[in-house]
Design a protein around this ligand. Structure first.
Ligand code: BG6
Length: 484
């Protein structure tokens, strides 16, 4: 870190943790909530996983899961945050959180997604959650859509394939922006907006075998989300000029596997494809390299007159992103692939891997922060980063030094980036409390500072237990990053 040992983190740095409604709330059919895309995602037995995890549903699987009452669908029960939010937020306050990232479940507010009037019980729930945060001086950071497309919109429109979903999203967003205008300042429109091109069902509630143009549908859905996000940014600023609206990207720094110029070019192309999404949302326009990519890949995007102007006029206020790993790509054959939930590259021999085979690269975070700040010059917010690992309870304690070490090294690199002159406004580690995994719906893949007594099948007392990392993160926050 800096030579003179001063703390690089600004006084107002937003320390905290990040979650998503579908991975914590449970109560999937309570108080008027409708089903969303994630309620239909089953637990994936480890032995059944081969290579890249499939997070899409075919038409047949969708119909089957919709009717299925016997399978294990862990996101339906989450960790019962719906009933335990007071206890959980109290623990976050004890950790010293300045910010708590949470998503609003769209189908709790508009059960099918296309109703005219919101579900008052859903609105009341988040009012109570935000009041509870305020009690402890914790700022909520709210994601409007974290893979939670209402099933009603999937059935009626095939999700974000259809332009009509823009209007339904705007109605939902306007409702909650108004409802919580005095309780929430920081908002994100779409979680990991780039995921829609990797898994159209996850990112956009799109069933690919129902799509008119399966090759283009991911980018078409992304275009609809870009327009929706820009319009919501405009509306948000008119509701409360103090609102700060961010985009959210799943960022992986992509390295060339060798110094063969072909590999340098490949890595540059892959980085550009990743940053295409923030190019649109921060700079307000499609970058020129995408024309060639669309043409070479047979992708046709239907834009309407006026879309480009909407994007140009309403860019986001800040850029947020998740960072778990870097990726290596090469034109040279290498049979070994690294793991990730949706992104895969080649094995980088200089890096260690997590229990789930994700490569651990704290320096890659510093590189990413520098690259993105150079490119965009807007405030950056690391809103997801963490280690999914197996934990063992021994005499009521969890000694998770592996998690501490992962987080320590990443936070240290954020400090370095701050010293490099990058503007970073906050850090919310992923899953401050154990939650259901997004990609595999496992409970045993744990990220938390707080252990939740529940197994993959949903059995357990749901008791919360502090891990060693709890006390460590508490010190990090209270020392504003000095005591790592
Ligand atoms: C991010 C998602 O991609 O990765 C989270 O925004 C997710 O929802 C996190 O939980 C970790 O992935 P996983 O598959 O380990 O839960």
């Amino acid at each position: 870190m800096s030579q003179n040992n001063t703390v690089p983190f600004p006084k107002e740095f937003l320390w905290g943790g990040a979650t998503a409604a579908n991975q914590i709330e449970g109560a999937y059919n309570i108080d008027g909530k409708g089903l969303d895309a994630q309620d239909l995602m089953p637990f994936v037995v480890k032995e059944q996983r081969k290579g890249k995890i499939n997070m899409d549903l075919t038409s047949k699987q969708f119909e089957h899961n919709l009717a299925d009452q016997d399978g294990i669908y862990p996101k339906r029960f989450g960790i019962d945050f719906y009933h335990r939010y007071k206890e959980d937020i109290r623990l976050f306050a004890e950790l010293g959180f300045k910010v708590f990232r949470i998503s609003i479940s769209w189908s709790r507010i508009f059960p099918k997604g296309y109703e005219e009037k919101p579900n008052e019980m859903g609105l009341a729930f988040y009012d109570s959650v935000f009041d509870e945060c305020r009690k402890y001086g914790i700022q909520p950071l709210v994601t409007l859509s974290h893979y939670e497309t209402p099933v009603g919109l999937i059935e009626k429109y095939n999700g974000w394939e259809s332009r009509e979903v823009i209007d339904h999203f705007i109605r939902y967003a306007t409702t909650v922006l108004n409802q919580y205008k005095n309780k929430v300042k920081y908002w994100l429109t779409f979680n990991e907006i780039n995921v829609i091109t990797k898994s159209p069902y996850t990112g956009g509630g799109i069933i690919t075998d129902r799509a008119k143009d399966p090759i283009s549908v991911g980018y078409q859905g992304a275009h609809h989300q870009f327009v929706a996000s820009a319009l919501v940014t405009k509306i948000a600023h008119s509701i409360n000029p103090d609102f700060l609206i961010g985009c959210m990207l799943a960022r992986s720094e992509i390295y060339p596997g060798t110094n063969d110029p072909e590999d340098i070019l490949l890595a540059q192309k892959e980085n550009n494809l990743n940053l295409f999404f923030t190019d649109v949302q921060v700079r307000g326009e499609y970058p020129s390299f995408m024309d060639r990519y669309f043409e070479e890949n047979g992708i046709n995007i239907q834009k309407e007159a006026g879309d480009d102007e909407i994007l140009k006029c309403h860019p986001v206020d800040f850029l947020s992103f998740s960072y778990y790993t870097s990726l290596s790509v090469s034109t040279h054959r290498n049979e070994e692939a690294s793991e990730g939930n949706l992104f895969q590259g080649q094995v980088n021999p200089y890096l260690e891997t997590s229990d789930w085979g994700w490569q651990i690269d704290p320096i890659g975070l510093r590189v990413s922060l520098n690259d993105m700040y150079d490119r965009y010059r807007v405030p950056l917010f690391v809103v997801e980063n963490g280690l999914g690992a197996y934990d063992k309870v021994e005499d009521g304690q969890i000694h998770d030094d592996y998690r501490i070490s992962y987080l320590r090294e990443h936070i240290r690199q954020i400090g370095e980036a701050l010293c490099d002159g990058v503007e970073v406004i906050g850090y919310t580690s992923w899953g401050p409390i154990d939650l259901v995994s997004m990609s595999t719906s496992e409970m045993s893949k744990r990220y938390g500072f707080i252990y939740v007594d529940q197994d993959d099948e949903g059995k357990g007392t749901l008791d919360r237990l502090k891990k060693d990392s709890f006390y460590w993160y508490q010190r990090v926050i209270s020392s504003n990053g000095r005591d790592l």
